[in-house]
Design a protein around this ligand. Sequence first.
Ligand code: SF4
Ligand code: SF4
Ligand code: SF4
Length: 438
Amino acid sequence: MLQKQKAHGPQSILEALSNLDNARNRGLFMPFPGPTLQVPLSERPGLRPHGLQGLILEVTERCCLRCSYCLHSGDYLDERVHSGKQMSFEVASRAIEFFLDGAREDCYIDFYGGEPLLRKRFLEDCMRLASRLRPGCAFAISTNGYLLGPRFDSLLRTYRPKLCVSLDGPRTVHDRFRVLPSGEGSFARIIANLERLAKLDGEYFRSRVRLNVLVAASGEIEKTIRFFRRSRLLRDIPVAVLNVGLAGMNEETRLRWSARMSAAHLTAARDRYLLGLSRGDLSGLGFEHSLFGGGLKVLLNRDRSPIGDAYCNARLCVVGALRLHVGATGTFRPCAKTARLPVIGHADSGYDLDAIRRIREEWLSTCDPCKRCWALRLCRVCYKDIYSGDGGSRVDPDEKFEACERHRSGMSSALTLYMEALEGDSTVFSRLEDRFRF
Ligand code: SF4
Ligand code: SF4
Ligand code: SF4
């Protein structure tokens, strides 16, 4: 074999083999035929071992907008559509009491929809109840910002909820997809609401407002970045960049949305980000950091311990232990990601431990390919990615396969960026450490 290798001398091949041996001895390779996969367990499965941290209440299924890419638009096979269903205060109080009964010190309640600002009185009642039961419980509202008028001033002043407002960029970008049922754009009113809020209470605006920016057409990314960078109102507000969710979308719509996204449009933003990394200075690159930094964070914070005979992905949640999503009718799910996740209980009856156990077993039943997967230690695929059909109760290996492909492709781009940054300067990530810690 050594003689066949013309390009490398025997000495360098022996050196390479010895390096491989060293790496194997240090446990850097996966054992063959791969580790047994495990799921994180609480001491008392499903029963909040360290206390729940977040309660997500789906306050209403109504919304004042009709965004084209909405999860509830009817384009997603297993998701609910917009409806008039609302959470009753009885259901909310039972859920809040259940949650606060064993919640951690740093707990929060997130009001979700539909559009939660459609229910001002309900929000106040819930916040009053939770603050009485647990002074110090924090609040968040995930809103489209359209109804954020003066009638919410006293609620914001009293309870200081974190506001996560969806805004996709300048008017031409935002109004293309985020529209009223009439088709009219929502940008002008949302911006006017944010301007008024910033004038009314600048400290609250700077410290409690966050923006969710959904990039639905990558060809407009430069316009979007310029908008946020130049806006005196928004340039210092933290931004989370999201993509249109393709999982669970019907085929025709999925093709349409995929066609709007091309990595080629992101090249200029990626180059700027790489330059910022090489200079050790990411100031003014908040949007780019949100766009590309997530994958780097996963890489830099990866589990570096050797993979033994058994492996448990620390990123998987303990179902029902940290976060709990309560639907408008009181059903419990592990989180708000998708209604395809099975129900794990109800506000009336608490957790269904058999359902929680079933999710773990069903997840493990899909994990054989993980034993041979290079992304095992970087994996972000989870319970939400294995279900489809019939109200989310059917395990669908195809769904998981596609989620794995998307995840690996994202991690592979992140790896390329990581290596390019290190080639420029091997100390780059230690100099920017605070930007890459979770
Ligand atoms: S604001 Fe949110 S819930 Fe309402 S239509 Fe848009 S994406 Fe859907
Ligand atoms: S996204 Fe996945 S891991 Fe995270 S809370 Fe939801 S189900 Fe758990
Ligand atoms: S990407 Fe898929 S196959 Fe790979 S470790 Fe994650 S879940 Fe397993």
